[in-house]
Every structure is written in C-alpha cells, then in structure tokens.
Design a protein around this ligand. Structure first.
Ligand code: RVP
Length: 499
C-alpha cells in the first residue's frame, strides 16, 4: 500500500510569525544576514558565506553575468544558467571574475582604418559614444587612440573619413596602468578633468576604461561578496547530470566558485554519479550543491553522495507547472520544514552542517523571512530578480505598464531538456514551465534595499539579530483563510486603486 503522509502540503502564505521580545539591542542596524552557502564542520566556518541570504535562479531569463555582478556586489550570489553551450557559460563566469568595480571592459572598439560611417553604426548598436581605437578593433587590442562624440560632426563630416584622421591619438591621451586602484584612477580623472581614463598594460594593450560618470556608483560597497584573496566577485554556475565531464572542467578553468546540479527532481542516481565524479576528480575541492528534493530521504541521499548544499522545492516556482503536468511536488513551506529537520538531524549525527536552500515560490518579502525562520539557510529566486534592469531579458511596454520577459527552464523557449531528463531521448517531451511577463521593477539595488529592510525589521520583531537565532527562536502559526483576508486592507474603500 502507498505511504500517506500525515502532514498537509502547505505554502508560506498560510503562516505568520508571532513577535518575540524585542530588546533594545535588537534594531535593524544590528541585524546580520550572513549565512553559510556550503557545508562545514561543527566549530568551523563555511568556505563561502553569503552576506545576504539570496541566490538567483539557474535560468536563462535570470542569471547571466550582468545579474551575477549586480547581485554579488550586493552580497548575494548568482548561479549562471547551464542551458547554454559550455563555452558561452564559461565566458559568463569569466566576465564576472574579470569584473573590477569601476573598471569596465570596453564594448565599443574600432580600428584606425574604419570610417565615420562605421563609428556612427557602432554608436547606434551599443548606445555608447566613447570607443577605444585598437590595432585589431578588439577590447584588448593595442590602444592607438580614442573617439568620443566631440571628435566628429555626425551630420557635416564626410562619412568615409578615416578614424585615424579624427581620433585623439595615443600620444595625446592620459592613461592609467593595470594594477592601479580605483581611487588612483579617479584621482587622475579629477586632476586632468577627463571623462574617460583608458587603462593599459605594459604592452600598451587596452584593459579597461574608467568613466567619470560611474564615480558615485562605485564607492565601496561593504556587502560585496568577494574572494578575500584575490578580491574578485564570487559566482556560481548550474550544471546537469549529462555533460558534466566536459562542462565542469570548463567552468572550473573559468574560475567558478561553486556549482549546483540543476534538476526539477534531484533524488536520482544521476545526481549521485555526478557528485561522486566531481568530488573524486577534484579531490573534494570543487564545491557543488544538488537538488531539488522535498523530503528527508532526498536530502540524506544527496548529502551522502557528497553534496555541499541541498536545494529544496518541486513545483512551487512562479513559472513552473510540474505539479500540474506530473503530479509531483510538495507545498514549499512543508518541504522546507521537513528538510530542515533532516539537516539538523544530520548535524547532530555527524557534526556536519549542510545548508539548505529554499528554491521557488517566494512572492512577498515576508515569505522570505518565513522561509528562513522555517530553517532555510538561503533562498533561490527567479521571478524576484527577473523584474530588474540587470536581468538579461527584454523590457517591454504591455498596455500601460513596463514588463520584463520571464520564462521557465521547462518551457519550450528554454528547451532545457537536461533539467527534466529522466533518462531517454534528448528532448523535452512536454512542457513543465511557461513563458511569461513580470512587472518591471527598476534597479536591483533599490529593490533589495527595501526587501532587506523588511526582513531585518521582521527579525527585530521576532527578537533575532541573526538567521540562526531566528531559526531557533521563531514562533510560527498557521492561519485560517479568513484571517488571511483580515491581514490585507479590508472593509475600507481604497483611495489608490493600483495598490
Ligand atoms: P520563482 O522564484 O518562483 O520564479 O521560482 C524560480 C524557480 O523555479 C527556479 O529556481 C527553479 O527551481 C524553478 N523553475 C525554473 N524553471 C522552471 C520551469 O520551467 N518549470 N521551474
């Protein structure tokens, strides 16, 4: 006979937190959201600690290098999507690793032999008016000059005029050298009244530009998630249990800090094999998470196979229709509560703490605190990040509102058959995700500031200044459907109908 679980599958919206004593020390500025990403032994520290408990979903419409840089600069981490060719994924990892705040790899470059018509076409394509003139027209070629909009008159000048005739030649440029700090570069910009400072290496090759206009946005960010040895941003990447023998070496070579096997149902021998191969091949040095699972048995299986963290959640994602299509899954809150018990038990048994990640279905900011209180160490979100400027998808106007595109990895559009593969032919047999829009929400940092402000404030209400304290002391109650109604504005006529 089948096994019936006694519990009901529940989700975050069915719970509330009961405030605990808020002491005078328990104020938002004293709250730390630091949290472990990978397993560690009792008494030791995790090799990677996030400064905020957020990671971005392993999805084409969410985690490219642009979002990865923005999120790491704010204390979280992205897993670059794996449903792309190995080389392009590795290139995205490299791009994050190369990022230095304020030092920008030039995306508009041209040769001296090109014409004004080429310059105008490039401006139209990239939207940038400052371009490096390099011997081979590449971002890291030998720097021969600079072209800005002040060097030509787009309407009047002959379009076949050569770049070398109107560029500012290298001999007249003020340049900086690779290795200098951002404040040194900014000092030169200030002293020489420049708009752009090219940074070159010892062979006169262009490495970066530093722009005056970026000055304000690159002041120190105390939350930045950096490797303390080389000061590079941290980045993760998604892998699958099919091509890992080729994909993992390319990502490791590109400098990835942590991997995650990405699957809608990770309780499988495929994941075990993948984990074991990675652990053996790299002597345990390459960190890799696994999942997704929704119960204690799944957790234990993947942890015993070597996983460094476990991702929890099946079918709760905003774009996910796995539950409708396959009838598998579990309410996200119940899954987190159950797996957290297994994590604590495993810690008790072995002295090894394996962090768990609640993945999918977080809609309101208060859901995030609930997920943490229920035992999640960190949270993976897709929809949340897809709404921001930094996500890789198009911003469109639909009706009177700006939206961004957001599609599931199990949709035909992403065609990520490896994520849904149950062994068999290399194709997506049926869709497990949808293609959709999400409301455009502006800059990542502005939204994160509000979300984090709310999380800290809730934690203070619960009398907790750290995530472990919240997990230990939170009082959580189930709510009836009528008290959910009571929780919103009710029995009044709202003035603002857009609320
Ligand atoms: P959400 O944050 O609710 O948008 O959920 C994102 C999560 O949904 C991902 O991290 C992943 O686990 C899951 N996902 C991604 N694609 C699909 C799908 O097409 N079904 N589901």
């Amino acid at each position: 006979m089948a096994i019936y679980l006694d519990d009901v599958s529940r989700t975050f919206g069915e719970y509330l937190l009961i405030p605990g004593l808020t002491t005078k020390q328990c104020i938002p500025t004293n709250v730390s959201l630091k949290t472990p990403l990978v397993k560690y032994k009792k008494g030791e520290k995790s090799a990677i600690e996030l400064n905020i408990p957020f990671v971005s979903a392993i999805m084409q419409s969410v985690s490219d290098s642009g979002l990865a840089i923005a999120l790491a600069r704010n204390g979280g981490l992205s897993f670059i999507f794996g449903s792309q060719p190995i080389e392009s994924q590795a290139e995205m990892v490299r791009k994050v690793k190369k990022f230095k705040a304020g030092f920008v790899t030039s995306d508009s470059n041209i040769t001296p032999e090109a014409t004004l018509a080429d310059v105008l076409a490039l401006v139209k394509r990239t939207g940038h008016t400052t371009m490096g003139v390099t011997d081979d027209g590449t971002p890291n070629g030998k720097l021969l000059g600079l072209v800005t909009s002040r060097d030509y008159r787009g309407e009047k000048d002959p379009k076949d005029r050569k770049v070398k005739e109107f560029m500012t030649p290298f001999s007249k440029l003020t340049v900086g050298e690779v290795g200098m700090t951002l404040s040194e570069a900014n000092q030169i910009i200030w002293d020489h009244k420049l708009n752009t400072l090219p940074i070159i290496d010892k062979d006169q090759k262009l490495a970066y530009f530093v722009f005056r206009k970026d000055y304000d946005s690159h002041k120190d960010n105390p939350n930045e998630l950096l490797n303390m040895t080389d000061k590079k941003l941290l980045v993760g990447a998604g892998i699958n249990s099919r091509d890992y023998k080729e994909r993992v070496p390319a990502l490791v070579e590109a400098g990835v800090d942590v991997l995650c096997i990405d699957s809608s149902d990770g309780f499988s021998e495929w994941q075990k094999e993948t984990l074991q191969w990675i652990k053996e091949e790299y002597n345990g040095k390459v960190l890799v998470g696994a999942g997704n699972v929704v119960d204690q048995a799944g957790f234990r299986y993947l942890v015993e196979a070597g996983a460094d963290f476990i991702k929890v959640g099946i079918g709760g994602g905003s774009i996910c229709i796995t539950r409708e299509q396959k009838g598998i899954g579990r309410g996200q809150a119940t899954a987190v509560i159950d797996v957290a018990k297994a994590r604590d038990k495993y810690f008790e048994d072995t002295g090894i703490y394996v962090p768990i990640c609640s993945d999918g279905g977080l809609v309101h900011d208060y859901h995030m605190v609930l997920a943490l209180a229920m035992g999640a160490d960190f949270l993976m979100m897709g929809r949340y990040f897809a709404r921001f400027d930094e996500s890789p998808t198009k911003k469109l106007m639909v009706g009177n509102n700006y939206v961004k595109e957001y599609w599931g990895e199990g949709s035909n559009r992403a065609h990520n058959w490896q994520r849904y593969d149950m062994g068999g032919s290399e194709s997506l047999k049926f869709e497990e995700g949808v293609d959709s829009y999400v409301p455009y929400a502006g800059k990542l940092k502005d939204n994160l500031d509000v979300t984090i402000g709310k999380i800290k404030s809730t934690m203070c209400s619960c009398g907790a200044t750290t995530i472990p304290e919240l997990q230990k002391n939170a009082k959580i109650t189930l709510v009836s459907s009528t008290s959910i109604v009571e929780g919103g504005a009710h029995d009044v006529i709202l003035k603002d109908h857009n609320r």
